[in-house]
Design a protein around this ligand. Structure first.
Ligand code: NAD
Length: 297
């Protein structure tokens, strides 16, 4: 089984690395946070003193970092992973970042003889813990075939997609989350209007799920409190998926729109709404709490 180096052990990376250990991989970890390192070494990982040290002798490196600048810093330059990993090794970046940075790292990787893929995820912390993440991969066909068995240790084998060349995974992730924001806001508006007119939110949800307004937010993530058990709206909007992350992803979708020349008016409107919600102190709450902005008018 490939030996894996895992860098970035936060809310997502921590449980992902743990699942790789459970799947039987030898995993060496690095994070700037000592408690995150301690958690993983307790779970059976080897600890390293730097990202470079973790990558020594690894067949594959996986990174799960906050943003593009962290990914560029870890991979690029003389002290970066690409210049120091074993030739032919695999590098998978599962972070959500801009597709331009993913393309630049992909290009530098090709020059360094490393097989790089951007492999952003969908599913959030619960899916990371359950090992049921979806992966959207950008890179060569050969890298995808090598990456797939490793990604299956952290995700649902049916939901591991090859989106295209380097950067394509990040484009898929950004446009998907923009669509999520748009149908969440639309579902919140529809429910708010129906309830204001005296309809029961649970009955209205069933009607729309059986009709042409059906969408993921209504199916599995109903934003109206107490319509559905075990979702953030029935748990005081504890995340789930934070407003802060939705604002980040809508910003990335805006970059995709700009660089592709597409006029994403609904995406921009969603970004404005979520940014206002974030500014009002809701950044750490679940993104379905946007219903409160619509209800209170
Ligand atoms: P997080 O902030 O919990 O974790 C990031 C980790 O990276 C931290 O432990 C931090 O110490 C570490 N780190 C930062 N710079 C580092 C460096 N130079 N070297 C080593 N470690 C470093 O974030 P998260 O929620 O785990 O998210 C990670 C990525 O996954 C982000 O790009 C995010 O957008 C994406 N994502 C998150 C979710 C979610 O629900 N949390 C869902 C899908 C995608």
């Amino acid at each position: 089984m490939p030996r894996i180096a895992f860098v970035g052990l936060g809310n997502m990376g921590g449980p992902m690395a743990r699942n790789l250990i459970t799947a039987g991989h030898s995993v060496t970890v690095f994070d700037l946070s000592a408690p995150a390192m301690a958690d993983l070494t307790a779970a059976g990982a080897q600890s390293a003193s730097s990202a470079l040290a973790a990558a020594q002798g690894a067949d594959a490196v996986i990174t799960m970092l906050p943003a593009g600048k962290h990914v560029a810093q870890v991979y690029m330059g003389e002290d970066g992973l690409l210049a120091n990993m074993a030739k032919g090794a695999l590098a998978l970046d599962a972070s959500t970042i801009d597709s331009e940075t993913a393309q630049q790292v992909g290009l530098a990787a090709t020059e360094a003889g490393i097989a790089f893929m951007d492999t952003p995820v969908s599913g959030g912390v619960a899916a990371a813990a359950a090992g049921t993440l979806a992966f959207m991969c950008g890179g060569s066909e050969d890298a995808f075939l090598r990456a797939k068995p490793i990604l299956e240790g952290m995700g649902n084998a049916e939901k591991i997609f090859h989106a295209g060349p380097a950067g394509a995974g990040q484009v898929a992730k950004a446009v998907n989350n923009m669509l999520l924001a748009v149908h969440m806001i639309g579902s919140c508006e529809a429910l708010s209007m129906g309830v204001a007119k005296g309809l029961d939110p649970a009955v209205l949800s069933e009607i729309m799920k059986a009709s042409s307004g059906n969408n993921w937010s209504l199916q599995v993530y109903n934003p109206w409190p107490e319509v559905m058990p075990n979702v953030p709206s029935s748990n005081d909007y504890q995340p789930g998926f934070m407003v802060d992350l939705m604002v980040k992803d809508l910003g990335l979708a805006g970059q995709v729109a700009q660089s592709s020349g597409v006029n994403n008016q609904l995406g921009q409107l969603a970004l404005a709404l979520y940014s206002a919600h974030q500014s009002d102190g809701n950044g750490a709450r679940d993104f379905s709490s946007i219903v409160e902005r619509i209800k209170v008018r």
